[in-house]
Write a protein that binds this ligand. Structure first.
Ligand SMILES: Cc1cc2nc3c(=O)[nH]c(=O)nc-3n(C[C@H](O)[C@H](O)[C@H](O)COP(=O)(O)OP(=O)(O)OC[C@H]3O[C@@H](n4cnc5c(N)ncnc54)[C@H](O)[C@@H]3O)c2cc1C
Length: 382
């Protein structure tokens, strides 16, 4: 089939593009082109099994599938069984290791007291200063959790994450800071959680293997755009500002750099993700991937492990975009790009890059399922 014969083209084979392509092929029975400039499926959720150790490495940092949405869970479970991994995050700060988010156990360790939930609440409230409207993130955080918890858990980590001290960051970056008045140390509340039992790549390959999908990897949209027919519907999951040649300027992101190391020990840190709260430590987190698959006995018990040290950095065009900076300036720029996009009804901008939003994978799946339903309705109404 010539490229000009396709009525649907999905740009980007991340989880958003994969859901759209799978739905179009399986529900509308329409052939669909799925193009991605990378050589792998999965976008920023992609993972690679290391040849030497057999460890599944998440290419862009730890990715845990978690959802409370039954529709999303039923949908994704068609393409993978999930292992029983439940996520915990720890933070190494001022010589101690604590569970995150802050919970009764953390408060007990910091205060030295075995508080009941009400006593812990009172302890926090007595340390927060109720004086006036917070002028910056530091004041806001202290008003929510008090100076001790702020210094241990927020100050250094946030400064490294944003490249600026919290006293120079806007207060509205945070609306609340999660504090659990229970001994529950799990990171996510969602009922469904896990890692695809055969790895992410197997799951993404199953989605892309749906009959009717033609996959073009290592292909940028600009390389094929001119060959598509005028009535081809384009589902575009790349950056909206890049699509329009940054005509109003670039939307701002935070980027990350990962430093990979294969360490000759069976277990480096005893857990998947360790945050580092001290500013003297230049990275924010260490990921140790073998702990995502304790059931993969051979790589798990081998005498080597793979870690990533994560360093936040400023973004500029050409670098990987990780976290959108949804402040006033960028949101008003986004509105301009959206208005421009409205003048191109044959192109749907979606996914985290098209929407300029931080979305977990389950949210990206939910938005894509809804977006597909709207697309299908529009087709039948025509
Ligand atoms: C550090 C970090 C950790 C995260 N951890 C988790 C987690 O634990 N659990 C969770 O649920 N979510 C997590 N997420 C969120 C998750 O990464 C996103 O939900 C997911 O990547 C969204 O998928 P997407 O398809 O919308 O975008 P992407 O994954 O970015 O995919 C977009 C694809 O489009 C392609 N593309 C772009 N432009 C073009 C073009 N012009 N031509 C061809 N191809 C193009 C790109 O190459 C890419 O493959 C995390 C995010 C970050 C930043």
């Amino acid at each position: 089939m010539a490229l000009s014969d396709y009525r649907f083209c999905v740009v980007g084979a991340g989880i958003t593009g994969l859901v759209y392509a799978e739905r179009i092929a399986s529900q509308l029975n329409q052939p669909v082109l799925l193009v991605d400039k990378r050589e792998k499926l999965g976008g920023n959720s992609s993972a690679t099994i290391d040849e030497e150790t057999g460890i599944e490495v998440h290419d862009y940092g730890s990715h845990i599938f978690h959802t409370a949405n039954e529709t999303v869970w039923n949908y994704i479970s068609q393409f993978a069984a999930f292992n029983s991994y439940r996520h915990h995050v720890l933070i190494h700060t001022c010589g101690h290791v604590y569970f995150m988010p802050i919970n009764l156990k953390t408060i007990q360790e910091v205060s030295g007291k075995a508080f009941t939930p009400d006593e812990a609440r009172e302890w926090i409230e007595s340390s927060t200063n109720g004086s006036g409207e917070p002028r910056n993130l530091e004041e806001k955080a202290i008003s929510l959790i008090g100076p001790d918890l702020y210094r241990l858990f927020i100050k250094g980590y946030t400064a490294k994450q944003w490249g600026r001290p919290p006293s120079e960051l806007p207060a509205d970056i945070i609306t609340r800071l999660p504090v659990r008045m229970t001994y529950d140390t799990e990171y996510f509340n969602a009922r469904h959680q896990g890692i695809p039992a055969d790895g992410y790549d197997a799951m993404f390959r199953k989605m892309a293997g749906t009959p009717g999908i033609r996959l073009l990897l290592k292909t940028s949209f600009s390389e094929i755009a001119a060959q598509l027919s005028r009535d081809c519907t384009i589902i575009y999951t790349g950056m909206i500002d890049e699509f329009f040649g940054y005509c109003f300027g670039a939307l701002e992101w935070r980027s990350l750099r990962f430093e990979r190391e294969t360490v000759p020990v069976r277990d480096y840190q005893g857990t998947t993700v360790m945050n580092y709260g001290d500013e003297t430590v230049p990275y924010t987190r260490i990921h140790e991937f073998k702990h995502y698959h304790p059931e993969w006995e051979k790589p798990f018990n081998a005498g080597k492990t793979i870690i990533f040290r994560e360093y936040p950095m400023a973004w500029k065009p050409g670098l990987e975009a990780f976290y959108p900076v949804n402040d006033e300036r960028n949101n008003s720029l986004l509105r301009k790009y959206r208005e421009l996009a409205n003048r191109h009804p044959g192109i749907l901008f979606c996914g985290r890059l098209g929407a300029y939003k931080y979305w977990d994978m389950d949210k990206a799946v939910a938005m894509s399922l809804e977006g597909f339903d709207a697309l299908a309705r529009r087709r039948y109404e025509r």
